[in-house]
Design a protein around this ligand. Sequence first.
Ligand SMILES: [Zn+2]
Length: 201
Amino acid sequence: MSKTQSQEATAPLESSTTVGEVLAANQEYQQQFGDKGALAMPPARRFAILTCMDARLDPAQFAGLAEGDAHVIRNAGGRASDDAIRSLVISYKLLGTKEWFIIHHTDCGMVTFDGPTMAGLLSRSLQPAEHNGEHWHCPADHSGTDEGHFVPWLTFDDPAQAVQDDIRRIRQSPMVPEEIALHGYVYDCGSGALIPVAAPE
Ligand SMILES: [Zn+2]
């Protein structure tokens, strides 16, 4: 690493209120860190959660996790994408998890658009789109890209159906052994409840 790079790593060129808040919170966290430096890498409770990146979902809170307990894999929608399956396979094969929770949720942003919509918005502009209560829109400028047409956005209409589809996809992976238990839930953003989803046919 060059000198310039190492300086950038320790002293960000751009500071923001958010950076200050995060670093202040981290200072407090370090004060209470205790003996967590001794935690083992493999998750102590031998399970993994695949869930959505939605800011309202806090798996540590809703599933009672402490540091070192479980793997949490998150992406937009909590979908069983190729990359989510990559993480899950590493989770059991190298780090010993034995059961996986697939948790989607009510009011997920992924139901508000589909792949062609997202690709079209990106083609119009890189500026953030706005939702008018019915659909997404953004004015066209010269910053757009057609790259979004090549991305599988993995949107869905019904979270319970999407959980079943993802469980089916995980089960069909030749890298996933039958012994892994799969549990499907929809998290209710209105109550914090985990609502069970029937196993797919
Ligand atoms: Zn979501």
